[in-house]
Write a protein that binds this ligand. Sequence first.
Ligand SMILES: Cc1cc2nc3c(=O)[nH]c(=O)nc-3n(C[C@H](O)[C@H](O)[C@H](O)COP(=O)(O)OP(=O)(O)OC[C@H]3O[C@@H](n4cnc5c(N)ncnc54)[C@H](O)[C@@H]3O)c2cc1C
Length: 491
Amino acid sequence: MKKETEVLIIGGGVVGTAIARELAKYKLDVTLVEKEADVCTGTSKANTALLHAGFNADFNTLKGKLNVRGNELYHQLEKELDVPIEWIGALVVAKKEAELAKLEELLENGQQNGVPDLEILKREELFKLEPNLSPDAIAALYAPTAGIVNPFELTVAFAENAVENGVEVLLEAEVLDIKEQGNYKLVRTAQGDIEAELVINAAGLYSDKIANMVGIDDFEITPRKGEYYLYDKKLDLDVNHTIFPVPTEVSKGIVITPTDEVNLLIGPNAEEVEDKSDLANTREGLDEVMSGAQKTIPDLGMSGVIKQFSGLRAAIKETEDFLIEASEKVEGFINVAGIQSPGLASAPAIAEMVAGIVEKEYDELELDPDFNPEHQGIPRFRHLSHQERAKLLEGNEDYGEIICRCESITKGEIIDAIRGPIGARTVNAVKRRVRPGAGRCQGGFCEPKVVEILAEELGIEPTEVKLEGQGSQLLVEPAKESLQKEVSDSE
Ligand SMILES: Cc1cc2nc3c(=O)[nH]c(=O)nc-3n(C[C@H](O)[C@H](O)[C@H](O)COP(=O)(O)OP(=O)(O)OC[C@H]3O[C@@H](n4cnc5c(N)ncnc54)[C@H](O)[C@@H]3O)c2cc1C
């Protein structure tokens, strides 16, 4: 049967899910479709995870305006959504006299964008904050309002709070085609047809392809790859802020930052690629990352690295800005495209702006008095006191069984992730929600156990459990059967 909805959001990244939650505040029937088996599997899962203060993006751009508003909104959101944010502040470090003018320029641009409390620190003050900096650092721009967040927890929380307020999220529902039919759009998806009054295109790297489906061809998305190294939390090197070099025309430079779980992260470089699915790490890219980071903190090296990964920015090269507008060409179609950095920092402000556009599309749009902004996250056993742990255990013994030893993740947390409003269905979906496999051994010890719990909870065979997308099953068949086959083959 054909499904009907008032608003259809395409894309379950941080932008689509933030929009879904914002629209859940209204008396509106909202559906979100995502092509993958989970939310947060596109650009939102692989980035630097910074809530930028907002001094970088030019004050004449949408990026500049929305970054600062987004950063402000996160102060309320971290409490409502139970997603911790560390407001650690950012430094842009100058090493040559010639770079001092650039610091002044960034300070002025930030002030035009409305970034509060920016200041330029002299060498002595700078080294008090970051003693491990390269000795040739001479000054820095300091932005105390910059923060770091876990982008997976954030995106899942936006999506789950939207669901808790009545939004329907359909996974593995790739949009294949859109046709205009009178006042409606008929959207063909992998989960069946959906008739929608209004379509919001938040499909990230593929937003140009979605726009093409309704005949809009005036923007193109260019994937721009950024590579990273991630360090073990036990690395014996203190970095207290997000540290940038002075930016160049094309890039903010190689960043060094703690993550929300105090691993150190370095990257990204910036390289245009053709393939929107090309997430391969390259020798050149990773070398650029390491040598760039060493210019700022010379003690960094390969020792302590536990992972490398990469992400793809969805850039509109002609403008290098966000494109957020109701299409003039196609009625009932809103583009939210070109959301490159600082898209994560700006997401709540983007959602606010899109809600404003949606309000204009409907003559009368009422707020829903039943909207509940509060979302309860999964208990983070590793961060609890002994008393809090004991209390949790009283109600559920599964919180007493450690599954991931590196990150101290319990069976109880993994089961919570699977039973959540948007329950994890894959090994990586569990990892995004509660971190088993995110530590030093990268799942070597706990992955088989996570597979076992997923199979048990979902009522499927372990051989059916997937790592992420289609065809990514981790096990072929039970070892006993394999051995028996080998024996009978050799007879
Ligand atoms: C290297 C790098 C570093 C970055 N660092 C930062 C940072 O520190 N701070 C910051 O603020 N921003 C940063 N960003 C930018 C930020 O990550 C993005 O702006 C943000 O994640 C974009 O979110 P999105 O929802 O638009 O896209 P996505 O997360 O890509 O979501 C789009 C979704 O649409 C789905 N989709 C696509 N096609 C279809 C279809 N046909 N049908 C259904 N679903 C579909 C995809 O599967 C995907 O899940 C960085 C980006 C990169 C690449």
